[in-house]
Write a protein that binds this ligand. Sequence first.
Ligand SMILES: [Zn+2]
Length: 81
Amino acid sequence: MAYELKHNLDPKCPYCGYEDNDAWEWRTDEAGIDGSGITKCGMCSKDFKWFRHVSITYSTEAINTPTQKGGESEDKEVKET
Ligand SMILES: [Zn+2]
């Protein structure tokens, strides 16, 4: 049986398919949260290598929204009546 091993929310043991949801505790070889390491499966006790993919995104929001500029983008659709 083949397991889906890539980009899972929880790392999956490549041998038995066990998903470890305590993986946030795993320490990487390098510094930082992104990285990889080797861990022992909690189910079948085999060692496997894991890679942690971290993606950081940013969102922004205006704190002060002065509306005197003629409502360029957002207000256009709303005020069409
Ligand atoms: Zn296993």
